[in-house]
Write a protein that binds this ligand. Structure first.
Ligand code: ADP
Ligand code: MG
Length: 302
């Protein structure tokens, strides 16, 4: 039997979670804490809403533990830990969803640690393959951290030498976009396009827009957004779509499984659309027998 409570892995004073909890009404809800036991007694919780573990490896283990013991964790911690910008890009190729050509590079420290197995990348070849200018960014980055635009093979080499250590990198074709969208997808079925002006350090601007400029491709992008989130097994995610000068759409970033939902930055109607759909998703998971997918074959627990 699945538990009847909703467990929350998020700070109590987060404004988005305060609104979600308020809309969940009388349902039994608890903010998880680890004072009494290392891992909470999981049978109690039918659903865990996890918006914190992406920053804390301990909480990732908690989330996996709870998921394996039967709680439905949003988002699936196994899917979240397997996914990154490179995995997503490879999946999009298989799904025939347009995403910029990307190449993966190890951090420069591996040249020493792995001896001859890893050599200095061939910058001219990479630039030819991806095209210039290109974007150099971590495969698992978020918050626009360590995202660099480079114009020449020499700049690419320099960027790698000065910023590369300790991370896995993508060199990605840079798309000259005309329009950019943050597209919320909830419960692998509800999709909301919001025009966005990208800017670093959480300074991006959401716009109210009638989306006329993508009128003829919006249904297709909606269908592709749902398909990719079903494949990635994300119950809440933001997919960043852009459209270039030729009208060609591209996915830039679909690795936002704990999206920023900042109340005073998102136009009110959009904000409450997100809260309402997320609340409905949580309620649905609480009342269904659905469990998170994972790759283990476990005996049925009675
Ligand atoms: N291939 C690309 N072409 C054009 N712009 C890009 C590309 N990759 C990243 N950007 C720009 O950099 C921003 C941050 O990159 P993104 O992959 O979304 O990283 P993060 O996960 O840190 O937000 C994007 O919002 C976009 O404006
Ligand atoms: Mg992004």
């Amino acid at each position: 039997m699945k538990g009847s409570k909703i467990g929350i892995l998020e700070l109590r004073d987060d404004p988005f979670i305060i609104d979600v909890v308020s809309k969940l009404g009388d349902l039994p809800i608890e903010f998880l804490s680890f004072a009494e036991q290392t891992v909470p007694i999981t049978g109690e919780y039918g659903v865990i809403v996890d918006r914190l573990s992406f920053r804390f490896p301990f909480l990732q283990e908690v989330a996996k533990n709870m998921s394996l013991r039967g709680s439905y964790v949003i988002n699936n911690p196994f899917a979240a830990s397997a996914s990154n910008k490179l995995v997503d890009e490879l999946i999009f190729q298989l799904l025939e969803i347009p995403s910029p050509k990307s190449i993966v590079l190890p951090g420069p420290e591996l040249k020493e640690e792995l001896g001859g197995m890893v050599v200095e990348p061939s910058w001219g070849r990479i630039a030819d393959e991806v095209g210039l200018p290109c974007v150099f960014k971590p495969v698992d980055g978020y918050g626009w951290d360590d995202v660099y635009v480079v114009n020449t093979p020499e700049e690419l080499k320099e960027c790698y030498a000065s910023h590369g250590a300790g991370k896995v990198w993508l060199v990605q074709r840079k798309i000259n976009y005309k329009y950019y969208y943050r597209v919320f997808c909830i419960d692998q079925k509800d999709v909301l396009f919001i025009r966005w002006i990208p800017k670093p350090s959480a300074m991006g601007e959401y716009l109210c827009s009638d989306l006329q400029e993508i009128n003829d491709i919006k249904n297709k992008l909606t269908e592709q957004t749902i398909r990719m989130n079903s494949c990635l097994d994300m119950d809440i995610n933001v997919v960043e779509w852009c459209v270039d000068e030729q009208g060609q759409p591209w996915v830039i970033d679909a690795f936002n499984e704990v999206p920023d939902i900042t109340k005073n930055c998102i136009p009110t109607d959009y904000y409450w659309w997100i809260v309402d759909r997320f609340v409905t998703c949580i309620k649905d998971k609480l009342t269904s027998d659905k469990r998170n997918k994972h790759s283990f074959t476990l005996p049925t627990v009675s």
